[in-house]
Design a protein around this ligand. Structure first.
Ligand SMILES: C[S@@+](CC[C@H](N)C(=O)[O-])C[C@H]1O[C@@H](n2cnc3c(N)ncnc32)[C@H](O)[C@@H]1O
Length: 264
């Protein structure tokens, strides 16, 4: 169709011009609409990115704060244990036997001689604030298999809070079978001792080991650490075979672990 200038609209503009303009206008309108939609899309994507970054930052801050808090409370607990130990040592140095709890390295070495796959309870004597107890649990002995014999009432209170599923017996480990009467249903698979044995005469140490073996299954170990260079359980005529570990240097002072079993 040809549009001649003779066909004029009432406003005096040709139809062609008006048609042409409206096509241009509608193209512009379309482009504006697409651009606006793109813009809305970009804004939404930018918002999403900002929200994702904010979430990540908040998450990181939250986890770092949590880690920091747990390190602070670990340090507080460690300091608390050191203080409790010093207090216990001041109250009764020969019973406490040390001014500081055993290091995790020494505790782990002691626990390494217990086979968690064997069924049955594990007796710990002289658990103090519980570093060896923790290592035994870490080794795979469930808390409810642990029978802890501790003389100090303060340490017993702490142990009950820390290991609520373990059996805590407040009493004298040098009278072990009497102290444990009614607490032990089955024979144990190990006795793990941190008692300061050298503060007692040899006969008493021998009697302790002899008594302990009556509570153990055959070939189960009696495990004892010492800072001394000689065996804490007298060996002559004991009928025991013994193994001694190398020095655990990451402990103050360095210590060795003795493992005794009944010779068959
Ligand atoms: C050298 S500390 C060891 C504590 C802890 N196992 C460690 O390794 O850090 C000795 C512990 O044995 C306890 N103890 C001393 N004589 C005891 C006895 N006759 N019966 C039970 N516990 C005793 C003390 O109260 C103290 O907690």
């Amino acid at each position: 169709m040809s549009l001649t200038p003779s066909r004029r609209s009432p406003q005096g503009r040709s139809l062609a011009a008006r048609l042409g303009q409206s096509r241009v206008a509608s193209r512009i309108e379309d482009e504006v609409r697409v651009t606006a939609a793109d813009l809305v899309d970009s804004v939404a994507q930018a918002r999403l990115k900002v929200a994702t970054v904010r979430y990540k930052v908040e998450d990181e801050v939250r986890s770092k704060t949590q880690k920091f808090r747990s390190r602070v409370s670990e340090a507080r607990a460690k300091l608390g244990d050191e203080a409790r130990f010093i207090k216990s040592w001041i109250d009764n140095p020969s019973r406490t036997g040390s001014v500081t709890p055993s290091s995790p390295a020494l505790a782990r070495r002691m626990a390494s001689f217990v086979d968690p796959a064997l069924p049955g309870p594990v007796i710990e004597i002289g658990p103090g604030t519980g570093p060896v107890t923790e290592a035994l649990i870490e080794r795979g002995i469930s808390e409810d298999r642990l029978i802890l014999v501790e003389y100090s009432p303060e340490f017993c209170t702490l142990l009950r809070q820390r290991f609520p599923r373990a059996t805590i017996v407040e009493g004298d480990a040098y009278a072990l079978s009497t102290t444990l009467a009614g607490h032990l249903q089955d024979k144990a698979i190990a006795v793990v001792s941190s008692l300061p044995l050298f503060n007692q005469p040899p006969a008493m140490r021998s009697a302790l080991a002899k008594d302990a073996f009556t509570l153990l299954v055959d070939s189960a170990p009696f495990i004892q650490f010492t800072y001394s260079v000689v065996s804490p359980v007298p060996r002559k005529g004991s009928g025991l075979k013994a193994f001694v570990s190398d020095w655990v240097l990451r402990n103050i002072p360095p210590a060795r672990v003795w493992v005794y079993r009944q010779a068959v």
